[in-house]
Ligand binder design. Sequence first.
Ligand SMILES: Nc1ncnc2c1ncn2[C@@H]1O[C@H](COP(=O)(O)OP(=O)(O)OP(=O)(O)O)[C@@H](O)[C@H]1O
Ligand SMILES: [Mg+2]
Length: 141
Amino acid sequence: MASINLLHKEYVIEQGNFLKAGEASSAIKQILRQLGVSAGVLRRVSIASYEAELNMVIHSFGGTVSADISPHAVVLEFADTGPGIEDVELAMQDGYSTASEEIRNMGFGAGLGMRNIKRCCDGMDIVSSAGGTKLTLTFLV
Ligand SMILES: Nc1ncnc2c1ncn2[C@@H]1O[C@H](COP(=O)(O)OP(=O)(O)OP(=O)(O)O)[C@@H](O)[C@H]1O
Ligand SMILES: [Mg+2]
């Protein structure tokens, strides 16, 4: 049986826009808080969505984040338009980063974002090609 979808939201993420970076994650967190989602789930969604959003701002050409909230799960889909992750397994490893010097000077690029995302979610799926990356995260509520 298909599960009931309470809410569907979409946000546009712009490449290199550090002024807006984190806004989609904050908006999702706010909605979940209003829905009465537990503090533990809120924290896990916040960390993972912030890391994934920042990865889109820093490493991709931009794209969209969609949030589907049902009574039992929160599913976030981060879909960007490229350049893609050449080696997903490598990208998942702690300390691996292709961040530039400029980005590192801003405090990013430790290569720990993907690890943090994995730690915080209940399901993580990555499909990537030169045309873009689709990261799907599932959180059980
Ligand atoms: N959406 C994406 N598009 C293209 N490459 C990506 C994307 N997300 C991650 N990557 C690649 O995976 C690498 C590892 O990502 P991860 O988030 O772990 O580290 P980081 O973003 O480099 O540093 P940190 O998250 O610790 O600030 C990135 O350096 C980048 O090469
Ligand atoms: Mg990152």
